[in-house]
Ligand binder design. Structure first.
Ligand SMILES: Nc1ncnc2c1ncn2[C@@H]1O[C@H](COP(=O)(O)OP(=O)(O)OP(=O)(O)O)[C@@H](O)[C@H]1O
Length: 609
């Protein structure tokens, strides 16, 4: 039963492929099917006419009316020629239709992959399994779905043609049939065995291929170029890369070698079978038990049957291979976000009344049982500026990820105006926030788009872009750029300009200011800003963010000081909270940190006074 299931498995994957084809290229699918049918019809007609031709010639050899026979022969030759031309035309056009269909389907598959990729949980991006699944989906290729159907059509075509040829061969001598099977079946089994073997090998080697890809990126991308040169890592990385590729190459070559040897043996057996039959038939003809016409037909047909059989074998094994690889694509397309939409989403309030609250929130990253956040209770009220302070790895960024619902808490809950955030539609809820993360993106796009991406619903010429740039302190340097807001950024494409890290950070800040959200979240927003720029930003921060609520993470306590309320985190927990003055009075971790940072400034003050 399992074997039957396996055998028909490629057909089952069709259930998912056919709707895909229909959705992506209805017209070309119909056209290529029609042309393929014509190709089969003309192909069969050619075979039939060929048989008739041989019969007429054989009859003519034994009859006195050579002239009448000759006219008939010429008629069949002309008909066979015409059908051959029609066959070639149909074959050419159906190839064209298949190619057009293939391109459309490939684009459709790409769109599907991208749609899953942009909706997948952040957790997928942060796990190696996700990268493996994506890499395999990519390996499987966006052409596969179209290939499966085209192969299936070719398979049906060749099966029909082969059936016709087999009938012709039986008319010569039925004993030739097992010989034909010997020529075809072992080759099929060998192909299928090696297709599966190679597939399993490739599955095992996904991580190795990805590592090689990663090393290639390290050696060739601009981001790493500086470090690579100064640390002289080039040769080391090249060696690592060569070693990996060497292992992959050797293993693959070993499989190919084995396959070639086995295929050689199988092909030799098929040849022996063919020449054995030829000898047998020649002997039968010499003995007068077969006509010369039969021998001619055998020579014409048997080789053709053998090559058709080989094509059939190739298509069957290709179909099997496509089925295996398309499974990888479906594996990726079946990824569903675990951050799910509620069945009846509650509308997110336009104006917040009590704000956001963490209630006894605990969290571990998926796939680990190490608690990154424990027992977090925290509130951000409308209009309030809240700061989050803590050592590296204390859980500040993780807390933001939870707040924006990039992850859901493992325990406790987060509420917005008292409602559990899981009751809101995900996208609606995320619109409450505008965020800049530490590792914000440098888009290879114009300055305008880099800012407008904060709220892509705004039109291209929105004045909000300039307003955001002014608030972020980015406007002066943007005005000095050659094409101001239309300057393309990064050196990835022609005419692009690179910015300094601090300038990029100002652009990212402007992007966060662009979106008219209720709460602005800034994760280390001033880490690359010069002290002057930082001072300017926070001097009238409340006006800059239009009296909205803000959550600011910073290691610079001079920044943190202006917050209305401060939470201090340590090892995943909130260990202190209060206003700056309250925390100083508590004489705890915050006070200690503040004193240490202030100490350096006092020293300078003392020296200069
Ligand atoms: N994707 C992840 N999967 C598993 N663990 C993670 C992941 N991201 C972070 N962590 C772990 O969670 C803990 C908290 O990390 P987090 O980035 O929240 O700290 P942070 O306070 O923002 O640190 P920093 O000040 O260095 O930015 C760390 O121990 C880190 O190793």
């Amino acid at each position: 039963m399992i074997q039957t299931d396996k055998f028909f498995a490629p057909v089952f994957s069709l259930r998912r492929i056919l709707p895909m084809l229909w959705q992506s290229s209805r017209k070309w699918t119909l056209l290529s099917t029609l042309l393929m049918a014509l190709e089969v019809a003309f192909g069969l007609a050619v075979l039939y006419l060929l048989k008739q031709l041989v019969d007429v010639v054989t009859q003519m050899l034994g009859s006195a009316d050579t002239e009448g026979g000759l006219t008939q022969v010429l008629l069949f030759v002309a008909l066979t020629g015409a059908c051959t031309v029609a066959f070639i035309t149909a074959r050419g056009l159906s190839g064209l239709a298949r190619e057009a269909q293939g391109m459309l389907v490939a684009d459709f598959v790409d769109r599907e992959v991208h749609s899953r990729a942009v909706r997948a949980d952040l957790a997928f991006y942060e796990s190696p399994q996700y990268h493996d699944t994506l890499e395999r989906a990519r390996q499987s290729g966006n052409q596969r779905p179209a290939q499966v159907v085209s192969n299936l059509m070719m398979l049906s075509k060749n099966s029909l043609m082969l059936a016709a040829v087999v009938i012709l061969i039986i008319t010569i001598n039925w004993l030739l049939l097992p010989v034909l099977l010997i020529a075809i079946v072992p080759a099929l089994l060998v192909r299928i065995y090696f297709t599966r073997y190679l597939y399993q090998w490739q599955r095992r080697r996904t991580q190795m291929e990805r590592r090689a890809g990663y090393l290639d990126w390290l050696m060739t991308s601009d981001i790493n170029a500086k470090e690579l040169r100064l640390n002289q890592l080039g040769d080391y990385l090249r060696n690592q890369y060569s070693k990996l590729r060497g292992t992959i190459r050797r293993e693959k070559l070993a499989i190919t070698k084995r396959r070639t040897m086995v295929e050689l043996v199988v092909a030799s057996i098929a040849s022996v079978a063919f020449f054995g039959s030829l000898g047998f038939l020649a002997w039968q003809t010499a003995e007068g038990r077969n006509s010369v016409g039969d021998l001619v037909l055998f020579l014409l047909i048997f080789q053709r049957a053998q090559s058709m059989g080989q094509e059939l074998v190739q298509q069957l094994s290709k179909l099997y291979e496509d089925h295996l690889y398309i499974g990888l694509l479906f594996e990726f397309l079946d990824i569903r976000p675990s951050i799910s939409e509620p069945e009846h989403p509650v509308k997110v309030p336009g104006v917040l009344s009590s704000g956001v609250a963490f209630e006894n929130v605990g969290f571990s990253y998926p796939g680990t049982d190490i608690p990154v956040l424990r027992d977090i209770n925290l509130t951000i009220r409308p209009g309030q500026i809240v700061a989050l302070v803590g050592a590296n790895g204390s859980g500040k960024t993780s807390l933001i990820k939870l707040l924006c619902r990039l992850y859901d808490p493992t325990s406790g809950r987060i509420t917005l105006d008292g409602i559990d955030v899981r009751e809101f539609g995900v996208e609606d809820y995320r619109r409450v926030f505008s965020v800049i993360f530490q590792d914000y993106t440098h888009y290879a796009a114009t300055v305008r788009d880099n800012i407008r991406f904060g709220d892509i619903r705004e039109p291209e010429d929105t004045p909000a872009v300039k307003a955001a740039a002014i608030n972020a302190g980015a406007a002066p340097f943007i005005d000095s750029l050659k094409m101001q807001y239309d300057t393309p950024l990064t050196r990835m494409f022609d005419g692009g300009q690179e910015l300094s890290i601090g300038q990029w950070q100002k652009i990212a800040l402007a992007r966060a200011f662009m979106h008219r959200s209720n709460i602005i979240i800034l994760d280390e927003p001033t880490s690359a800003l010069d002290p002057g720029a930082e001072f300017e930003l926070f001097e009238n921060f409340r006006e800059r963010i239009d009296h909205r609520a803000a959550l600011v993470i910073s290691h610079r306590l001079s920044t943190v000081r202006m917050a209305d309320y401060i939470y201090v985190m340590d090892k995943g927990q909130i260990c202190e909270s209060g206003t700056h003055d309250e925390l100083i009075r508590q004489q705890g971790i915050y006070c200690e940190l503040f004193k240490r940072q202030a100490h350096h400034y006092r020293e300078v003050d003392a020296e200069t006074h």
